[in-house]
Design a protein around this ligand. Sequence first.
Ligand code: KG4
Ligand code: ZN
Length: 359
Amino acid sequence: MPLLAIESTCDETAAAVIDRSRRVLSSIVASQDTLHARWRGVVPEIASRAHVDRIIPVITEAVQAAGIAKQDLEAVAVAVRPGLIGSLLVGLSAAKAIAAVFRLPLIGYDHLAAHLYACHIAFGDRLQYPAVGLVASGGHTSLFRLTGPLELERLGGTIDDAIGEAFDKAASLLGLAYPGGPEIERLAATGDPKAYRFPRPLAQDRSRLDLSFSGLKTAIRYQVRPPGADERQLGQQQRADLAASFQQAAVDALVAKVELAISRTGCRMVVVGGGVAANGLLRRELETLGNRRRVTVLVPPLSLCTDNAAIGAIAWEQLERGDLATLELDVRPGTDRSRREAASLTPRVGSPPAALPRR
Ligand code: KG4
Ligand code: ZN
């Protein structure tokens, strides 16, 4: 019997039904892009309220689209970290209610590990461990060493803004819509990536696997509005050149650290996840890197890159290990940068999983 996965970490309300062989029977995503577009970024309170409105219809649609009844579910899984606290709580509340009413095992999964698990869904056994994992999204930019789907050791990542956030801010400065990543990519297609020399902060620093995107954000801001001066009137070609140069700098910085992570770990496999992995330039540059270093680089199809609940298939790994939660399960909004990551979220204290009797 399949499991139901729920995802509400940021501004997508999503539910998916996935069977034991990780086949995705249905995957429904209700995007909130139009609600946040006016502010050119996610407004947390708007996001949580929209999740409340949508979560039940989205779950119902996912179950119906899978051609099953709720009674046919094996378990219910929900992303409980990291993310916006109000958004996470809506998904968790829905999952707990379903687990309690239908007496189903409850599983809390890690959103970042799930982003990387997209490669498992898309490529199956081609994904071999150990691997370098790159999550590049609106809220996260992190590098991991993976020894299994649930075993993530954080190697480094951004020390300030996420790469997706930088794309969104750059787009906003250029008067483009939200989410900014696809808009920048579209505009960049007609621009010259060498027209502006933007910084690649920390890219040359081979002593660490950290990244920084705030300086790049400032650099494009100063091109649009120089310090102490009025906003410049930019022509269409200048805007395209800015978009292309920005995109190249952001991608170069990221790919340089992926290469360093390959050297450091000796891994022959790289897996990528997160919304920015939808970016064509990043995909091409990673492919080039893979060919040059003779490393397999797996990047999932676009629909599995941006937030969705099919990546909640990772919950099967936890279910198979008996890694179940109780109704005490709570959200963990922050990423713990310093500690060793473990994607398993089973509470080590409190009542045992048996607190949720099977039907
Ligand atoms: O993974 P995701 O859907 O949500 C988070 O977990 O953050 O990622 C959303 C981010 C946004 O910042 C969006 O602008 C970016 O992914 N993004 C892209 C592209 N498509 C989405 N960035 C660059 N190029 C794209 N084609
Ligand atoms: Zn995400």
